[in-house]
Design a protein around this ligand. Structure first.
Ligand SMILES: [Zn+2]
Length: 426
């Protein structure tokens, strides 16, 4: 202890002598001009937008006077939007014919390099934040993006997803002894076991806890809708996570598991495939968000799936679309999420048009992928074009309120004040 104290004292004494040349010279402000800008908070389109960015954040929107010495980029006939947010991605993997043996063939290095490549595709598609369920690889990707050493979306990671032995979050389909999972890997049985799992994920970088409340499609276990985590386990997980100020995202297909997870206090229901009127009423009452992940229904490649998995997909996916339609009509809060990795990374924005197809206005769909997703994350620093927010911005051609598929063709993306796609300020 004494030697540490001496070192600290020496460091403090030396500090005034540290060369100022190590401090970063502040970059000049950036002025972004666009024909339109969507104010997702007020819900209105603003013509002739000027956004000023300084030190990675938006410093002014349509100010009366422009900063001097600014660099300017004029994007022309585009709509400037807050960077999109996908609340359900798996950046460290992508489904393929080998997907069901990946657990015993892939290394962490494979996952990390995959995450880096998929992160580039994702941010180029206009997604500047993801909530990712991809193990250590995407915890590390988030660090690299924040440091500026890799181009990718900001990551709100869950590390490993938490569920029961033999359940959807476990590694299934192999002989006993092959990749048995521990609470550290997310697998636990009983309240204290899953509490250990929660604590371990948070210790190693989780900013959200992802759980498997019910069985799932892409795993080799039983009925797709069955509740898996018991009520006592769900309550223990949510209580432990909330002691850390961390929210819980619950993968849930079947009715019983959805309701149990909502009653336990999870923040988001992922998929929510079998919503009955009681589940919808409960979600509205508790303010629980639905994260639909509906684009994958069109895109999932059933041909590469084992027969059991394929039959589960064919059973649940059409029901899920009816549930989404009902949830939108009933006014359940819907936050954007796609399950990227179950379909090819980079196609995330296709989800927007489907929200419109199933009953949202284009404005509501765009809010789901910006300001509503930010609320579901429990953040206030992004999701809108306002002074003080992170300068995470995307430009799409034309007017996405007239043609929501414009979101699929971003021409320009900025992450924290740095252009990652399209024209540089000059
Ligand atoms: Zn998923």
């Amino acid at each position: 202890m004494r030697s540490i104290a001496i070192l600290l004292a020496l460091a403090a004494a030396a500090a005034p002598l540290a060369p100022v040349a190590t401090a970063q010279t502040p970059a000049p402000p950036t002025v972004i001009r666009a024909a339109r800008m969507l104010d997702v908070v007020a819900g209105r389109m603003v013509a002739n937008a000027t956004v000023v960015v300084e030190n990675g954040r938006i410093s002014a929107v349509n100010p009366a006077t422009m900063p001097r010495n600014a660099k300017v980029v004029d994007l022309g006939d585009v709509t400037l939007l807050p960077g999109f947010i996908d609340l359900h991605t798996h950046l460290s993997s992508e489904i393929s014919a080998g997907a069901f043996t990946r657990a015993v063939t892939n290394t962490l290095a494979d996952e990390a390099l995959g995450a880096a490549a998929n992160g580039i595709k994702t941010v180029m598609a206009g997604f500047t934040t993801v909530r990712d369920f991809g193990g250590d690889a995407t915890v590390a990707l988030g660090h690299a993006v924040e440091r500026g050493t890799l181009v990718g979306p900001r990551v709100v990671p869950a590390r490993e997803s938490i569920g029961i032995t033999g359940g959807h979050c476990d590694v299934t389909g192999f002989a006993p002894g092959v990749r048995e999972q521990l609470p550290e890997d997310g697998i636990g049985d009983g309240p204290w076991s899953v509490v250990r799992a929660v604590r371990y994920q948070i210790k190693h970088g989780a900013q959200v806890i992802k759980i498997c409340a019910t069985a799932g499609v892409l795993s080799l276990e039983g009925p797709v809708g069955a509740q898996q985590l018991a009520d006592e386990e769900l309550q223990a997980i949510v209580a432990e996570a909330s002691r850390h100020g961390v929210r819980v995202a619950a993968h849930a297909h079947g009715n019983a598991g959805i309701k149990a997870a909502v009653r336990a206090g999870v923040t988001t229901i992922e998929h929510g495939s079998e919503l009955d009127d009681e589940a919808i009423a409960l979600m509205k009452q508790r303010g629980t968000y639905l994260v639909p992940t509906t684009y994958l229904v069109d895109r999932i490649n059933l041909a590469v799936l084992p027969p059991l998995v394929r039959s589960k997909a064919e059973q649940i996916l059409p029901i899920a679309r009816e549930s989404l339609r009902k949830a939108i009509a009933a006014g359940v809060k819907v936050a954007f999420g796609t399950d990227a990795g179950v379909y090819p990374h980079g196609e995330n924005a296709r989800e927007f048009a489907l929200y419109v197809k199933f009953g949202m206005t284009p404005l509501a769909a765009l809010r789901a992928g910006t300001v509503v997703a930010t609320e579901a994350l429990g953040r206030t620093d992004r999701g809108a074009i306002e002074a003080g927010k992170l300068a995470d911005l995307v430009a799409v051609p034309g007017d996405p309120l007239q043609d929501i598929t414009a979101t699929e063709r971003p021409s320009w993306v900025m992450l924290g004040g740095r252009v990652v796609k399209g024209a540089e300020p000059r």
